[in-house]
Design a protein around this ligand. Structure first.
Ligand code: TXA
Ligand code: MG
Length: 357
């Protein structure tokens, strides 16, 4: 017997990103009331949309895991609306690294610190640490402030799908599963926050993002990099960020990253286009050299920020194409700055299949 779960009634609220009107402010107050009532609210942040609920309420947190279909052993990030609040939920002020990096908040940065007892263990999947973030996006920050509680929020996608970078992605994945979706347009960064663990002697980069490895090295002198960022984890290995071990972002068709000298890459992809039912994700400049069918552009080859902003949308779009067996993705050879983050998400989308030419 197939039991269909009853759909939730989902309210969709449109607000301007700077909350310019009285109507916008009223809408945020309504959303904040939802949070206080233990309901689920999808909210924009500058990185990706999050699926939020009161982080201090175990029942509300359980609704997040249920809506997303997320494994219980994958902990959530809690979102706060000031740097001072961080120390309420984790040991921040006594941490020797914290003061060196707190000036980057608010921003696309998440810190892992020793948790305080006030945070329910379901948020942290039983770990001794908690991930905390102060988003810069005004809609998110004012929602947290008006709620009066920290908001636990993973990315607002169904587990395994690319993170949502605009409200239509959230509606696609979460309509009927959450109580509210706030639509404030596309996200500025388009990739999830940089995660840095501060609980060890040397800070560890757990997930690359818009706050780059290079910036972190400048701040701390030395930063270790979690091996899970660039290499597939073996089944017996323990992930420092539990989410890194799960299958992620993968389109339905098999994806391959293609890297190397530009001419070789484009010759290779054109040949695939001739012989396979495939989609291609590439830079604007590649367009002239390739067949137009099923071509998804992610921006100028010299604009890594634009590529980051558009990559999840492109991955989602491949799922809408009919009858595609494979997806070839032209990747940058340069892995500096935000390119490392884009490359990391693409490696996961392609299950680490890289064709180097
Ligand atoms: O940009 C972002 O970070 C977005 C927005 C909504 O804030 N959130 C987000 O959450 O990407 P999520 O749940 O999709 O990814 C959080 C990652 C997961 O890989 C999780 O395993 C890791 O953070 N994480 C959470 N708590 C942790 C902890 N205590 N120690 C290590 N990793 C942790
Ligand atoms: Mg996620």
């Amino acid at each position: 017997m197939i039991l269909k779960r009853k759909m939730k009634e989902t309210v969709i609220l449109k607000v301007s990103r700077k909350l310019e009107t009285e109507e916008d402010k009223k809408n945020i107050l309504l959303a904040a009331q939802y949070i206080r009532e233990g309901k689920t609210v999808c909210m924009p942040t500058e990185t990706v949309y999050g699926l939020g609920a009161n982080a201090l309420c175990t029942d509300a947190v359980a609704k997040i895991f249920q809506a997303k279909g997320r494994p219980q052993d994958n902990p959530l990030i809690i979102h706060v609306s000031s740097v001072q609040d961080i120390d309420k939920y984790c040991v921040a002020n006594e941490n020797k690294h914290f003061s060196k990096i707190s000036h980057l908040m608010p921003g696309p940065l998440t810190l892992v610190l020793k948790k305080r007892d006030i945070v329910p263990s379901s948020v942290c999947a039983g770990l001794e640490t908690v991930a905390v973030r102060f988003p810069k996006n005004e809609v998110a920050a004012s929602l947290i402030r008006e709620s009066g509680v920290p908001i636990a929020a993973p990315s607002a996608n169904i587990s395994g799908r690319p993170s949502p970078t605009n409200a239509s992605h959230v509606i696609e994945d979460m309509f009927g599963k959450v109580d509210m979706i706030i639509d404030a347009g596309p996200c500025d960064v388009g990739l999830e926050s940089t995660i840095v663990s501060l609980v060890s002697e040397i800070p560890v980069l757990l997930r690359p993002g818009a706050v780059t490895y290079e910036e972190l090295c400048e701040i701390f002198g030395r930063v270790d990099v979690s091996p899970a960022i660039l290499a597939e984890m073996k089944p017996e290995e323990k992930a420092a960020a539990p989410g890194m071990k799960y299958k992620h972002y993968a389109p339905r068709a098999e994806a391959y990253l293609v890297s190397g000298e530009k001419k070789k890459v484009l010759d290779f992809i054109r040949e695939k286009q001739r012989n396979e039912k495939c989609a291609v994700i590439c830079f604007d400049q590649d367009k002239e050299q390739l067949f137009e069918k099923n071509l998804l552009l992610i921006g100028d080859e010299n604009d890594p920020e634009e590529q980051a902003r558009r990559i999840f949308d492109a991955l989602r779009k491949t799922d809408e194409l009919d009858n595609i067996q494979s997806v070839y993705i032209h990747v940058n050879e340069d892995k500096s700055g935000i390119r490392l983050a884009t490359f990391n998400r693409l490696l996961k989308a392609a299950a680490f299949r890289v064709i180097s030419l």
